[in-house]
Write a new protein. Structure first.
Length: 355
């Protein structure tokens, strides 16, 4: 179930109470700690006695093992309410799965569609991507409160647009010539989402109280999750997210958001399609996205991702990780070697600098 709109948090309190009277409220960021305290107070006013737990790292096995082992904290709980960004919601979904409890996600930004999906990305304590885990179900309740999300830094919305934009560029490749009706419908959703973002993205950034902001924020946090939900694994991630996963292996990229890395990954994926498959429209799409990403102040080259000082060995580590066996990068309809990916990353950067 999805509850959305201004005041959605208050509209959802009855639904949360039906799922659990003693939920575990999960969060991490110090910036959102006062918000979580207010939410816990709101729950108490509604007859729901919540316990609070804080993450130390991103969605991390070691961190969640610590919570599961803390029996006095988790044993009395009958639901998990994850309030925060994408990694907090992934942690909440995975924790709820491990404890066999219902899950409620409350996004505090529109930076990802993690609040919707039956998927959790796992990271090391240092923030390096390790693997994704497919979960048996989506959260029982997603609360997308415009008032909460609107308070997030504008950068998170721009990052969400880059991540959501990837849905089309990756799904259109990974779906191949599938005749599955749901896959084809998911592709159409991804295409419409791309067009919506191109039409409304700059207006949404300029006016967080306008109608364009609502369409874009809901598109990033809700519609984007629908693509993978309908199309399944055939409509999720390809090279753009694999490049993100590789970039997380470098501590110097840690200051950049998930969608910012994915956005650069989309540009590099299109460069790969142009270089290795000769796709004539890939270059045109890349130039269109480059202009759009610049207007949103997204990073579009390695330097803007904080990798000015990255060595050749650092970049090879990124490429080796992105090209490892089992990587979604291999869903591209042509083979890619680490050296070829390196050439795409470097040439994408060089093209930006020369533009």
């Amino acid at each position: 179930m999805v509850v959305r709109g201004p005041g959605a948090w208050f509209d959802s309190l009855d639904g949360i109470r039906k799922l659990g009277r003693r939920p575990l409220v999960l969060g991490r960021s110090a910036a959102t700690a006062p918000l979580r305290q207010r939410c816990i107070a709101d729950l108490a006013d509604h007859g729901v006695r919540a316990t609070q737990a804080e993450l130390v790292f991103d969605c991390c096995v070691e961190d969640l093992d610590r919570l599961v082992a803390n029996q006095p904290t988790v044993e009395p709980c009958d639901a998990v309410v994850a309030i925060g960004g994408g990694k907090v919601m992934d942690a909440g979904k995975w924790l709820a799965h491990r404890l066999d409890l219902p899950c409620v996600t409350v996004p505090t930004s529109a930076a990802t569609c993690a609040g919707w999906t039956a998927l959790a990305n796992l990271y090391s304590p240092q923030g390096a991507f390790q693997k994704d885990v497919v979960l048996p179900r989506c959260p029982e309740l997603l609360v997308f409160d415009h008032d909460l999300v609107r308070a997030a830094p504008p950068r998170t919305l721009a990052s969400g647009m880059a991540d959501a934009m990837a849905k089309w560029y990756e799904a259109s490749v990974s779906s191949g010539s599938s005749g599955d009706g749901l896959v084809q419908q998911a592709l159409q959703v991804a295409r419409m989402l791309r067009d919506q973002l191109l039409l409304d993205g700059e207006a949404a950034m300029a006016d967080p109280h306008g109608a364009a902001w609502v369409r874009v924020a809901e598109g990033c946090a809700l519609t984007a999750g629908l693509v993978g939900g309908l199309g399944g694994a055939r409509c999720r991630t390809v090279a753009a997210h694999a490049i993100h996963n590789g970039l997380t292996q470098l501590p110097s990229s840690a200051g950049h958001l998930h969608g910012e890395k994915v956005g650069f990954g989309v540009l590099a994926q299109l460069r790969l399609e142009e270089m290795l498959a000769g796709h004539p429209l890939a270059g045109q799409a890349r130039r269109q996205l480059l202009k759009f990403f610049r207007a949103l102040h997204l990073p579009v080259d390695l330097a803007e991702l904080g990798l000015t000082q990255a060595s050749l060995q650092d970049l090879l580590q990124v490429c080796d990780h992105a090209c490892q066996a089992g990587s979604d990068l291999h869903l591209l309809p042509f083979p890619v070697q680490p050296t070829e990916l390196m050439a795409a990353l470097v040439s994408t950067t060089a093209e930006v600098l020369c533009a």
